[in-house]
Design a protein around this ligand. Structure first.
Ligand code: CAA
Length: 390
């Protein structure tokens, strides 16, 4: 039985910062951000968007009534969750009016969470071929103002329906994975900001990629020429290219050209959204599928997932016939086209505005957030959400 991605959509907040202007404000040459790091725009979340609303808004784009009835497992991958006990999945389940007979959980392992979710979903569908699983990947990446990591922030979510006989990408069974206890990036429970050893994290990312790639080749006897494209976890768009270049010579000249061209398509959305942590790999997949010419059915796509701390996995999928008909390209184009730029001053102000943590009541009434699902405030330590489509 084929199991894989039946639907995939993303949502990013309606506000962004221009990286050239951020560079000017930080006294950095713009090319460092736009070429050295490879980012053009960075999505900024207003106070009315948190990881729950971002995930719910992403899911709203793709779900229909049949999905709502058939989804019996909601898996919410995040590393910026809003509660140390209750899962974001339960909130999304209610906001979207899903079938009550469902399991709902949150999965955490830095940017690897959603990949773990997909693998769990695959097992669930193998046992329950008629059901569907909603996998959410949602994060707000925050390193702090004036930090080295600031240029690699972002906000957004990807939602995927995993099912039997998927319309987009059938996941293959062989994959290669690796765990090592390292401190390249982490966020203790008491901290709003991530701690990061930037250079070490870059080194480990590439090392993990090379290690799982070698393991994958040994397991499968496949090589780089067997791939139409490879998507990477993209905290910033330059890093995947660095990883790809370490193995590129294994491919024929023709394959090298193809992989490099497809790499560019796979980074366009990320370049304009920024790091969305666990959703980044899947945003890259959406970008590849929506921004490339149609690939032949049966083409193989590689996916490299990396979650600091660290877990890495290389896995693959096969594109299904007419997959392009089932993408949400127009909705995503509208989303990009309707965004508003904010000045650096406005971004800094928004960055410092946080949900109260002292039990006080707050109402976020007067923002211009166009998102259908929003955080309206907090009362008695409970976040108050609204789905305007209800
Ligand atoms: N024109 C063109 N390029 C320029 C330039 C200019 N004027 N000035 C600098 N550059 C280049 C540099 O040469 C460098 O390129 P190379 O890496 O190819 O040498 C690049 O711009 C970045 O410059 P620096 O290395 O000096 O940048 P930095 O030290 O200030 O910060 C960073 C870069 C380490 C990525 C930092 O943004 C950071 O810590 N980010 C968060 C951590 C991160 O994203 N790590 C990735 C792996 S971990 C992971 O994947 C999990 C996750 O999501 C966090």
């Amino acid at each position: 039985m084929k199991i894989g991605i039946d639907k995939i959509g993303f949502y990013a907040p309606h506000l962004y910062v221009d990286m050239n202007k951020l560079a000017a404000a930080r006294n950095v040459e713009p090319e460092k951000f736009t070429i050295g790091i490879g980012q053009e725009k960075m999505a900024v979340a207003p106070i009315t968007q948190d990881p729950v609303t971002l995930a719910a808004n992403a899911a709203l784009i793709i779900l229909d009534e049949e999905d709502r009835a058939k989804i019996d497992f909601v898996i919410f991958g995040t590393e910026s969750g809003i509660d140390n006990s209750k899962s974001g999945a339960v909130y999304v389940h209610r906001l979207l009016g899903l079938n009550p007979n469902a399991r709902s959980v949150e999965v955490k392992q830095a940017c690897y969470g959603a990949t773990a979710g997909i693998q769990m979903a695959k097992g669930h569908i193998a046992l329950n071929p008629d059901s569907r699983v909603l996998v959410l990947a949602s994060d707000i990446a925050r390193y702090g103002l004036n930090t080295a990591g600031e240029a690699t922030q972002g906000a957004g979510a990807v939602a995927m329906v995993i099912s039997a006989d998927p319309k987009i990408l059938a996941l293959e069974d062989q994959s290669a994975y690796l765990t090592a206890d390292i401190m390249d990036f982490w966020r203790p429970i008491y901290s709003d900001f991530a701690f990061v050893d930037g250079k070490f994290s870059n080194e480990q990312y590439v090392l993990f990629f090379k290690t799982v790639w070698e393991q994958y080749k040994t397991k499968t006897n496949l090589g780089l020429n067997d791939f139409e494209a490879i998507c990477f976890h993209l905290p910033y768009t330059k890093i995947g290219l660095k990883a790809l270049r370490t193995i590129l010579e294994e491919a024929s000249e023709e394959s090298q050209e193809r992989l490099l061209a497809n790499y560019q398509s796979s980074t366009l959305y990320n370049r304009n959204v920024g790091n969305i942590y666990t959703g980044s790999l899947y945003l890259s997949l959406v970008s590849l599928l929506e921004q490339s010419e149609q690939f032949k059915s049966g083409s193989r796509i590689g996916l490299f997932s990396y979650g600091s701390g660290a877990v890495g996995e290389f896995f693959t999928g096969i594109l299904q016939p007419n997959y392009q008909e089932y993408l949400y390209s127009e909705k995503h184009a509208e989303l990009f086209a309707s965004r508003t730029e904010v000045s650096i001053e406005e971004y800094e102000k928004m960055f410092q505005q946080t949900v109260p943590v002292d039990g006080s009541t707050a109402v976020f009434g007067s923002t211009n957030d166009p998102a259908p699902i929003q955080l309206k405030g907090i009362k008695d330590n409970m976040r108050q959400y609204e789905n305007k489509t209800n």
